[in-house]
Design a protein. Structure first.
Length: 382
């Protein structure tokens, strides 16, 4: 079996499995907010995780708010900044056409509630157009309530110029949220150097458990609690913390940091894999090929061959990929992300996303290459 859908969700990494085995059998279990010693022990551990993650993410531990994952984080950030309605004539949200559904739906919600959503253009490589962004900001001077542009795209792996976007936002005093769900845990990230005001991630994207995540907030005081509760997470998120999920997320992040040096090798392997496919199938298109991309992602298309047919054929070989993002995988149409990159339907309907672990080796890439070759040859002959 080859699992090649790490952008959808990662299997639990070995280090987390080992940690969990001991954790489950040896305890301690308690409410981390309890005043007895067992509760205090868990809270002590939780704060240790916060400090460790803050070190890895380049922020202060007071800037980390634990939650259930990226979708919650995104909703929370939008809620905090926009839910009271436009203030001081600031009714504009600037976003892009390549955002994840969690951002798209948040924008749609606030568009029905007195805000106007403007989209920055994207080039055919899937990179947002900085000049267009700059022009939008100038045209709407003093009216922008939020910029929400992701750091790395989940379908293409293309990395966005978030520092440049953040600098423009800073100069214009606009809050900047960047959806870093795919960026964190796939490449090095330093919040304090990112020019972001808010970032998010999910533990299940980095080798941890499903159901835990973080918001990183430059100024957490801007967050408004969207759940009533007992004042947990400095009052920004009510509800007992998922402490085992948080501990596992911290272990997963430690593991990623330890293996950072393997990323260069991963990129070389991925590029070699794509080159070999291009040599065999000269018409193959690698989406976002000329843009900076996450080292673990390939979005490929052989025009005229359906991506869903390739996915099914790969599954018959016990290889698991998706045709776009896990959330919209059942749609036969070109994805919204690819449409906003002006990718034609012929190419868009053919895409298959191969996203591997950050420690993928030559043997794994070679097995995937053989499986894709077999699938293209078999479907092409029909
Ligand atoms: C870019 C991006 N943002 C947000 C999310 C939402 O993450 P979750 O489902 O963990 O809340 C995902 C998940 O696929 C994603 O890829």
């Amino acid at each position: 079996m080859i699992y090649a859908d790490y952008n959808g969700s990662t299997p639990i990494c070995n280090e987390v499995i080992e940690y969990l085995k001991n954790r489950i059998t040896e305890g301690v279990y308690s409410n981390p907010n309890a005043s007895h010693s067992m509760g205090k022990k868990i809270m002590f551990n939780l704060e240790k995780c916060r400090r460790s993650m803050a070190k890895h993410l380049g922020c202060k531990s007071s800037q980390i708010i634990f939650n259930s994952g990226a979708s919650e984080g995104i909703s929370h950030i939008f809620y905090s900044l926009l839910n009271c309605g436009p203030k001081n004539n600031k009714n504009i949200i600037i976003t892009s056409g390549i955002e994840h559904a969690a951002v798209v739906r948040a924008c749609e919600h606030y568009a029905k509630n007195s805000y106007v959503v403007l989209k920055v253009n994207t080039n055919t490589n899937g990179v947002v157009d900085l000049e267009h962004f700059q022009n939008l900001v100038q045209d709407q001077k003093g009216k922008v309530a939020l910029v929400s542009i992701m750091a790395a795209n989940n379908e293409t792996g293309v990395v966005q110029p978030f520092k440049e976007i953040g600098k423009i936002c800073q100069e214009n005093e606009i809050p900047f949220f960047s959806d870093t769900t795919q960026y964190i845990g796939k490449t090095e990230f330093n919040f304090s150097e990112s020019f972001m005001d808010f970032a998010v991630t999910s533990s299940h994207k980095i080798g941890g458990l499903i159901g835990s995540g973080v918001i990183i907030a430059k100024n957490p005081k801007l967050l408004k609690s969207h759940t009533f509760g007992g004042g947990q997470e400095f009052g920004y998120r009510g509800g007992t913390q998922n402490y085992i999920g948080i501990e596992c997320m911290s272990v997963a992040m430690d593991t990623f940091q330890k293996n950072l040096s393997s990323l260069a090798n991963l990129r070389a392997l991925r590029d070699d894999f794509e080159k070999k496919l291009k040599d065999k199938f000269p018409k193959i298109i690698i989406i976002g090929e000329d843009a900076p991309r996450l080292a673990s992602t390939s979005l490929i298309s052989l025009p005229g061959i359906s991506g869903q047919a390739v996915q099914a054929e790969l599954e018959a070989q016990d290889v698991y990929v998706t045709t776009s993002s896990a959330c919209s995988d059942s749609e036969a149409d070109t994805s919204k992300v690819l449409k906003s990159m002006n990718i034609t339907d012929e190419v868009g309907r053919g895409v298959v996303r191969i996203s591997l672990c950050t420690n993928a080796n030559e043997d794994l890439y070679s097995r995937v290459e053989k499986a894709v070759t077999h699938a293209y040859e078999k479907i092409g002959k029909k």
